[in-house]
Design a protein around this ligand. Structure first.
Ligand code: EPU
Length: 348
């Protein structure tokens, strides 16, 4: 196992920000994880596990400890009648897995096309887009429990999935090594559940269309919002959505509406337990932060108000100051608290 000292991390994130790691190892087999953890324990170092770096904000001082870069490979597909069990290593590129399942005529991940990052990161924040989330199809998550040093298999219930969160988010206890999904054998995708997607395909919400068609259209929609990582697209130099969509109760909704001028219709979506999901992107624009708004070399994407971008040469401090300004503005003007969605780590 190779240990790299003073390893640059910025290039390992889609934002391209952050200082170096004191030490970095690349885990290609599970034994590397055990060795890396032992190394860190011997030096009393903190451990940061990184995947594709697409949901990660590293502060300018970098990571004062050991970074494990996940690279566990492997995709296995086993057909069982009308379903297939798909098992993927944490280091598999997420969109390669989606492409492979679509090519194999397996439904359940097609709406999650074009999302950056690696398989192992998807259970963390229960990745979701265009009406699907990984919790819909995950049958188990295999983890290394750092408390016991043992490999365990966690059921979906034990993973505690909810909107953009799980037991893994904010916890250092588990390292995801493998994720298993149960997908339906089908030429057609699951019934569409995202009005914008159905509309753009010219079909009714709930319609079923071929997997390939859904995949291509989702990638197109994402590209239009700068949400497909592409060196040619400066708007994609981001960590995707920088804030989660706030989920509020009826009283909060009424309070927000009372602050809006008459005749302004705020987008809203029903959420679990009678709650209402608001659109963070809409709230940000409504609070006066237009697409393309900037602060130093950090700015709001020109294509989506919810993505903060490094326009080239930004610092993490500038980006976090911008995030803070947006949070304060949305709180002051609309009374809603925005919560950052990416994982923010490291020292200043
Ligand atoms: N909107 C605006 N201005 C904008 C963008 C959006 O007003 O600049 C409003 C519009 O009313 C729009 C609504 O927000 O109809 C929803 O926008 P969009 O469909 O782009 O979805 P989102 O809620 O902003 C979420 C996810 C994305 C995911 C999309 C598509 C979160 C935090 N974000 O964004 O996930 O791709 O839905 O399903 O839930 C990510 O998590 O990094 C991510 C990109």
């Amino acid at each position: 196992m190779k240990v790299t000292l003073d390893a640059p991390l910025a290039a390992r994130t889609t934002l391209g920000l952050g200082g170096p790691a004191r030490r970095l190892v690349r885990a290609e087999i599970v034994a590397h994880l055990h060795d890396a953890l032992a190394l860190a324990a011997a030096a009393s170092e903190r451990v940061l596990v990184i995947g594709g770096g697409s949901n990660l904000v590293i502060r300018d001082g970098g990571w004062d400890g050991l970074v494990i870069e996940m690279a566990l490979p492997g995709v296995h597909i086993v057909r069982e009648g009308s379903h297939a069990i798909v098992t993927a290593g944490a280091g598999v590129v997420w969109d390669d897995l989606v492409a492979e399942t679509v090519a194999a005529r397996l439904a359940g991940l097609e709406c999650l096309s074009g999302i950056p990052g690696l398989v192992g990161a998807t259970p963390m924040q229960n990745v979701g887009a265009y009406g699907q989330e990984v919790a819909d199809t995950i049958t188990h998550v295999r983890v290394l429990d750092r408390q016991t040093g043992r490999l365990e298999t966690l059921s979906p219930e034990a993973c505690g999935f909810a909107y953009r969160t799980s037991v893994f988010k904010g916890s250092e206890r588990w390292i995801v090594v493998e994720v298993q999904f149960r997908l339906a054998v089908s030429e057609l995708g699951q019934p569409l559940r995202y009005p914008e997607l159905a509309r753009s395909l010219g079909v009714a919400d709930g319609a079923r269309v071929p997997l390939r068609v859904i995949r291509d259209r989702v990638i197109e929609l994402r590209r239009g919002k700068g949400m497909v990582v592409d060196p040619q697209d400066p708007a994609s130099c981001s960590a995707g959505s920088f804030f989660t969509n706030p989920i509020v109760d009826a009283a909060t909704l009424a309070a927000v509406e009372a602050r809006l001028p008459a005749g302004i219709a705020m987008p809203r979506f029903p959420a679990a337990g009678g709650m209402i999901k608001l659109s963070a992107g809409w709230l940000i624009e409504r609070a006066g932060f237009t697409k393309g708004y900037g602060r130093g070399r950090a700015g709001i994407s020109t294509k989506h108000a919810l993505a903060l971008v490094n326009r080239g040469g930004a610092t993490t401090r500038e980006l976090l100051e911008l995030a803070n300004e947006i949070q304060n503005g949305v709180r002051d003007r609309l009374g809603v608290e925005l919560v950052p969605e990416p994982v923010i780590v490291g020292v200043d």
